[in-house]
Design a protein around this ligand. Structure first.
Ligand SMILES: NC(=O)c1ccc[n+]([C@@H]2O[C@H](COP(=O)([O-])OP(=O)(O)OC[C@H]3O[C@@H](n4cnc5c(N)ncnc54)[C@H](OP(=O)(O)O)[C@@H]3O)[C@@H](O)[C@H]2O)c1
Length: 226
């Protein structure tokens, strides 16, 4: 897929990585529809991307996630890709994480991204792309992150099966397993505190990885090289 002229919906454009991806895609000539929860952040990203249209959703309202897709297709006159950058962290030993927190993590990290991408299946053409950010936790499953890991692994498993369903017909189905990135994401965790982590990748490095995955889709999950 070429960025120039591509019509792309970005749920999570209000977040650090989503906003940076929006700016990069805009700079490369893509036409964007921006979705998020925080209206002030969405307005800032829209102003930085030529006044891209914006729409609010909450991950707990899966219908609002799904309804964002036809809205974007209508505003952009079609849709070539959806890149979901929605997510929330949660930390703590499994024994201490309540079921309410587990439900929150699974809703934001798995069910909401699935709702966006499911709704996009009849809309995005075979040469397009459906992408979501998971994370290296899917492979590493670190102690103290059982519920966060499980929620991202749920999304990764769904994407793998969807990729198999669509391997002949398209669109490309992309699972971008980002490494720890300096966005302050861990400080916004719904519960617990992050373990001390070595310095993460820069936001621009994370955007590089997303751009590579989007513009040159390859089979299987996309991981950063060490
Ligand atoms: N930073 C890292 O180290 C890292 C590593 C691996 C993977 N990732 C993944 O990368 C993605 C982006 O993370 P980031 O670092 O850019 O963090 P971020 O700035 O906190 O962005 C998170 C995004 O998710 C949205 N979100 C969270 N809860 C929501 C809810 N209940 N309803 C609607 N939207 C909700 C936020 O919306 P609002 O801001 O509008 O509230 C924001 O757009 C996430 O999927 C994350 O899991 C991050």
């Amino acid at each position: 897929m070429k960025a120039e002229g591509a019509r792309i919906l970005l749920p999570g454009a209000s977040g650090v990585i989503g906003a940076a991806l929006a700016r990069r895609l805009h700079a490369e000539g893509a036409r964007l529809a921006l979705a998020g929860r925080d209206p002030a952040a969405l307005a800032r990203v829209s102003a930085a991307t030529g006044g891209a249209p914006t729409r609010r959703f909450d991950a707990y309202d899966l219908e609002s996630c799904a309804a964002t897709v036809p809205w974007a297709a209508e505003r952009l006159d079609g849709l070539d890709a959806v890149v979901v950058c929605v997510g929330v962290a949660g930390f703590g030993p499994a024994q201490e994480v309540g079921d309410d927190i587990a439900e929150h993590l699974f809703t934001v990290n798995a069910l909401a991204p699935m709702a966006f991408l499911r709704a996009a299946l009849p809309v995005v053409p075979p040469e397009g792309a459906l992408a979501a950010v998971t994370g290296v936790v899917v492979d590493a499953a670190p102690a103290g992150m059982a519920d966060y890991t499980a929620s991202k692994a749920a999304l990764a498993g769904w994407l793998t099966a969807l990729r198999r369903e669509r391997r002949r017909s398209g669109p490309a189905v992309l699972d971008v397993r980002l490494p720890h990135t300096e966005t302050g994401f861990a400080d916004r965790a719904v519960t617990g505190r992050a373990p001390v982590l070595p310095p993460g990748r820069t936001v621009e490095e994370a955007v590089d990885l997303l751009m590579e995955a989007l513009l040159a889709p390859a089979p299987g999950p996309r991981r950063a090289s060490a």
